[in-house]
Design a protein. Structure first.
Length: 281
């Protein structure tokens, strides 16, 4: 066994030592890495040489990768890999008012089948800033008052692409829009691997709670977002070059920090949904 897992201090995250971006990781070592993702919600592997086919193949072992709707940013070496670049002065650099992902969200929650996990790999980082924040939504659920847990148990939400993203998402083409209608998801999910309950709401894509009136929906969502974004549930990921960050997207939400002007470039792989979505029993 060449892989060692070192949990980070704080509400989530573990360092993965011994991962190399060449060759195929043994099934035993992969199982250790995968378990670390479920146990710690995020995993961090430093010092991995850039190898796009390896990134694609390694991350696809967590579940089938899905290409992002913004197909203009697909990587030339594989459409399952997206380029998230800013201030790089190249045609792949995004020009939205705010950086991609600079709002709290859980990837693909605006799709019928949200993502199980996402991976980001840094190929260019600013000398200051450009961190990624993540919130542990197991802890957010666990920390809710019992009466709120009971209140939200059977509620559902409507999610929409670009709903509250503050200029961080480009407008979809009509074709992209047609394949992305609003979707409904439970407020509370149960993680199929850990059995734990998750508060599955995010300010970026959740429009409303379906079973209550508009005002009650607005108030309850505000209460849930404010609760989930308490600092004690948050992890701040400080990037180093050639670092891989994996996030269990079911059990978290994340946001890119919009505080840099130098070039920043990430590769992103999104693992699709491998479960049937439904209200947590
Ligand atoms: C994302 O939300 O997918 C990107 C996050 C980041 O670039 O830090």
């Amino acid at each position: 066994m060449s892989i060692k897992i070192e949990p980070l201090d704080g509400p989530m995250g573990a360092l993965v030592h011994g991962l190399e971006s060449s060759g195929r990781l043994s099934d035993e070592d992969f199982a250790t890495v995968e378990q670390a993702m479920y146990d710690h919600v995020a995993i961090v592997a430093p010092d991995l040489e850039e190898n796009v086919p390896w990134m694609r193949d390694f991350t696809a072992r967590f579940g089938p990768l899905v290409p992002h709707v913004l197909d203009q940013y697909h990587h030339p070496e594989g459409f399952e890999v997206s380029i998230i670049a800013r201030n790089t002065g190249t045609s792949e650099s995004r020009s939205t008012a705010k950086p991609a992902g600079a709002f709290w969200h859980s990837d693909l929650s605006y799709e019928k089948k949200p993502s199980d996990a996402i991976f980001l790999y840094s190929t260019q980082i600013p000398s200051k800033g450009g961190d990624t924040l993540a919130a542990n939504m197991y802890l957010a659920y666990d920390g809710l008052p019992e009466k709120t847990k009971t209140r939200i148990e059977n509620l559902t939400t409507t999610h929409r692409w670009g709903w509250n993203t503050g200029g961080a998402t480009p407008t979809l083409t009509q074709e992209q829009l047609d394949t992305h209608p609003d979707v409904v998801h439970p407020v509370v999910r149960r993680h199929p691997k850990t059995g734990r309950k998750i508060l599955f709401v995010n300010p970026g894509y959740v429009m409303r709670i379906n079973e209550v009136g508009q005002q009650e929906s607005d108030e309850l969502l505000e209460e849930l977002f404010e609760h989930a974004l308490k600092p004690e549930y948050q992890y701040r990921h400080r990037w180093e070059l050639n670092m891989l960050l994996g996030i269990d997207n079911r059990a978290s939400m994340h946001a890119a920090v919009d505080d840099y002007t130098e070039p920043r470039r990430m590769l992103r792989m999104i693992v699709g949904c491998t479960e049937k979505m439904g209200i947590a029993a």
